[in-house]
Design a protein around this ligand. Structure first.
Ligand SMILES: *Cc1c(COP(=O)(O)O)cnc(C)c1O
Length: 386
């Protein structure tokens, strides 16, 4: 049994005709940059998530960068975010000269803890490090916005986040790189904040065959900025540059591949719900395993199925011996990464993130796992902790 962590081969077997046809169409019309597939994809995905405007772009990282640029974020701005995420989420903040202000996570969902967010905002407003850990240079910072992450595919708690920020007039950006296709209280992710950013990196819930991403907003003005920033701050025509932008376009070929994959995407999300339910049913009664907790009214896109256990290391070794790949997202929280040492955070600043980082691991979850493989995976975990 060759179990893949994410099985793109089996998916491709199912889709190859559509994918080849779509690629051939692009080769025929030859509009490799901003071809008609870009608009088509923007319209399809925008209406799927229920947002007016979608801007296809070069990656999930650039989607986040463009969102911050649309708000004119720069030096002196504090952007609140989770330390328990992929580097991109906070990297783009630093790249613009702004300062990431980390906020600890909820121990059950691994998403930003809204009550801690409230504390962090207050601490920054009172200029008091006593009250909540703040980065070096906090005295000169102005709270501007927050980037909430939908970790492992589960939406953050946006209702509570909005409550925490509304009196301070902060913007909310949704990092939905892992959650395309998920739902929060009847709404789709990518529609849950002022601007949402997603990624189509191959291993994400909806992946292409390279790098690409998308930014979503209902706001007309932000949309104009995003579309301009994507193409070097373009004004009315190509050589009219009215602001600093980036080369943030999505390749037409990637859009064509995504259009083929999107046809079966909803079924894939459904299939993953079934697999996650089976996993949890098999594992949740075992005291040494903490299975994922999905909040009421939420549906995860299951980018990862992550288990927290004190016996993580021995389980991972047993699974490896059984031919089952595992991964750790994320072994080191961002406030302890060398890249962010200039912020002056210390071990112990965000105890929940640090504790989870030491005990979490993820097992394969993708729509092409057979029922037999799923059972083999859960049986192997159970026998490892016996
Ligand atoms: C993957 C990911 C990104 C970045 O997406 P890329 O397309 O790889 O640039 C950003 N945030 C999170 C949470 C991610 O998982």
């Amino acid at each position: 049994m060759a179990i893949q962590f994410i099985d793109l081969k089996r998916q491709q077997e199912q889709l190859s005709e559509d994918i080849y046809n779509n690629i051939r169409k692009v080769l025929d019309h030859g509009q490799y940059i901003m071809g008609p597939e870009i608009k088509e994809l923007e319209q399809k995905l925008g209406s799927y998530v229920g947002v007016k405007h979608a801007v296809a772009c070069s990656s999930g990282t650039d989607a986040l960068l463009m969102a911050l640029m649309a708000y004119g974020v720069g030096q002196g701005d504090a952007i609140f975010t989770s330390p328990f995420t992929f580097i991109s989420t906070a990297e783009v903040i630093s790249l613009l000269g702004a300062t990431p202000v980390f906020v600890d996570i909820d121990p059950d969902t691994f998403n930003i803890d809204p009550s801690m967010l409230h504390k962090a905002i207050q601490a920054l407003e009172c200029k008091s490090r006593e009250y909540y850990p703040l980065p070096d240079g906090y005295e000169g910072l102005r709270p501007r916005g927050i980037i909430a992450v939908d970790l492992f595919g589960q939406p953050a708690d946006y209702d509570s986040i909005v409550k925490s920020v509304e009196t301070n007039d902060l913007f909310v950006i949704e990092d939905a790189a892992q959650s395309f296709g998920a739902e929060y209280k009847g709404r789709k992710t990518c529609s849950l904040a002022d601007i949402s950013a997603t990624s189509f990196f191959p291993a994400k819930p909806l992946g292409c065959y390279g790098d690409a991403g998308m930014v979503f907003t209902d706001n007309e003005v932000l949309y104009d900025w995003l579309a301009s920033i994507r193409v070097h701050g373009k004004g009315t025509y190509k050589y009219d540059n009215i602001r600093i932008g980036i080369n943030g376009r999505c390749d037409t070929l990637q859009a064509a591949i995504l259009l083929a994959k999107f046809k079966i995407f909803q079924e894939e999300i459904q299939e993953k719900q079934t697999i996650a339910q089976r996993y949890s049913l098999a594992l949740k009664a075992t005291p040494s395993l903490k299975t994922p907790h999905i909040q009421d009214g939420c549906l995860s896109a299951w980018a990862q199925y992550s288990i927290v256990s004190n016996r993580k290391d021995e389980i991972m070794i047993s699974l490896k011996d059984a031919g089952i790949p595992t991964a750790v997202y994320y072994p080191k929280p961002l406030h302890l990464q060398d890249a962010f040492s200039y912020l002056g955070y210390n071990p112990g600043n965000f105890p929940v993130s640090e504790e989870i980082a030491g005990r979490i691991f993820s097992i394969p979850i993708h729509p092409y796992l057979t029922e037999e493989e799923q059972k083999y995976i859960t049986d192997s975990i159970l026998s490892a902790v016996q």
